[in-house]
Design a protein around this ligand. Structure first.
Ligand code: ZN
Length: 445
């Protein structure tokens, strides 16, 4: 009954305090403290951004007008394609540099760039075929963010195997040319650069091509894939391949901790259990999934896992960059669940009472497997002098950061030993923004 579902401490204030003390006594520290007091404020680990299409930063806020009575992901995609057609390597670098500086200022310290804008607008390779990838690496280097660059294999226009449409041609590779691109980019790996593999989606990569690419990858390569974002994609996959997308993938690839499943919004119970057992990470992109009307990821079931001890792993991505804020992604990840379930405090983990800390530990637990980095020494510092953090303690500062107010609280950001954001500002903020404004003038002309 509803009555029995009510938490026992939702009564009088003295009873609540007693209950909180009781809960605190029951807790065991799952690992080392995740937040510490430093001379410049509250130090937290950096947040990995597991999913980005940098060029889409330029169209954030420009697809919010009625265009069709049934506006959806698929009509938004037309606007996105029109914007994509205008990019060249210089514009890509300018937009990505602005975006990555914004990410750092918000507290993201690494980005998984899911990159498919490879060729010239007519689909022909540039004289330097990897020049768009190099533009993204240059943007990361200029800002100091860690980048896991994921060149995307994109081969078909749909599950039926149709050729790429006119505006998709600049995304395309065959298996051989993709592996050549991948091998060349691997030479750029460094302390702050990783090269991984992205399969655009099941609809864009035929089964035999998927197997060939996976067989050609080094054992340590990370693999990311868009999956089960939209109902139409689920229905087509069932019709053509005889199974739902996540089920098909689990049955046809050795999905393990090297894999990141992007969105995985539409899952049945067996798929939820299968993902938990695989060890793969789900990259949830709450603000983009909301903006595009994708649906709500089943977080509660994912965290419960297979019921036999395997729990779902997850992280967040800013994807289309309608928002560039880990606070907003984490806040809305939790709020979406509260609205859907009419309950509070959905994100739960054994031994942690704080929802914010549970969320922060969740994104940290998958970080190395999804990005390929050991980034344990990266950190962000929250401004302890901000009024909204007055009286904060180790036990509540993460909850305050994620669940109160809108003023940015990130004061400093340090990546690979370099302080790239100080007093809330990226060290090259003005120069980067000047170049970005010029790029936007060209893109919108
Ligand atoms: Zn995406």
């Amino acid at each position: 009954s509803i009555g029995s579902m009510r938490p026992p401490c939702a009564r009088s204030l003295p009873q609540q305090v007693a209950c909180l003390r009781h809960n605190a006594a029951m807790q065991t520290s799952p690992t080392a403290p995740i937040v510490t007091r430093s001379p410049r404020g509250w130090a937290l680990p950096g947040i990995p951004n597991l999913h980005s299409h940098a060029f889409q930063r330029a169209m954030a806020g420009l697809a919010e007008r009625h265009g069709h009575p049934e506006d959806s992901f698929w009509t938004w995609r037309e606007t996105m394609y029109a914007m994509a057609a205008r990019f060249d390597p210089g514009l890509m670098q300018a937009v990505a540099t602005q975006l990555y500086a914004e990410m750092l200022e918000a507290g993201y310290t690494s980005v998984c760039e899911f990159h498919y804008l490879h060729h010239a607008p007519d689909g022909s390779p540039y004289p330097l075929p990897d020049v768009m990838s190099l533009a993204l690496l240059a943007a990361a280097r200029a800002t100091g963010i860690r980048i896991t660059l994921l060149p995307v294999l994109y081969m078909r226009g749909g599950f039926d195997g149709r050729a790429l449409g006119e505006r998709q041609r600049r995304f395309g590779h065959d298996v051989e040319s993709w592996l050549h691109l991948f091998d060349g980019l691997r030479e750029h790996e460094s302390d702050t650069v990783r090269i991984g593999c992205a399969l655009h989606s099941l609809r864009a990569v035929p089964p035999e091509a998927m197997r060939a690419v996976l067989a050609g990858l080094p054992a340590d390569a990370r693999i990311h894939i868009h999956i089960a974002e939209q109902h139409a994609e689920v229905e087509e996959c069932i019709a053509v391949r005889g199974a739902r997308p996540v089920r098909w993938l689990l049955d046809n690839a050795e999905v393990d901790a090297r894999w990141t499943l992007v969105h995985a919004t539409h899952l049945d119970a067996g798929e939820v259990q299968g993902i938990a057992r695989s060890g793969a990470t789900v990259a949830i992109c709450p603000t983009t999934e909301a903006n595009l009307g994708d649906g709500l990821f089943p977080l509660r079931a994912h965290l419960e896992g297979d019921g036999e001890g395997a729990v779902g792993r997850w992280g967040i991505g800013s994807d289309s960059h309608a928002s560039v804020s880990p606070v907003e992604e984490l806040r809305w990840l939790e709020y979406g669940q509260r609205l859907a379930t009419q309950r509070r405090n959905i994100a739960r983990a054994t031994g942690v009472a704080s929802v914010g800390e549970t969320l922060l530990r969740g994104v940290r637990a998958s970080a190395a497997d999804s990005t390929g980095f050991d980034d344990r020494d990266d950190h962000i510092v929250l401004d302890a002098d901000a009024p909204i953090l007055a009286g904060a303690t180790e036990d509540d500062v993460v909850d305050r950061w994620i669940f109160s107010g809108n003023r940015p609280l990130v004061r400093d950001v340090t990546v690979a030993g370099v302080r790239v954001v100080e007093d809330g500002r990226h060290r090259y903020r003005e120069a980067i923004a000047t170049r970005y404004r010029e790029a936007m003038r060209q893109l919108l002309a």
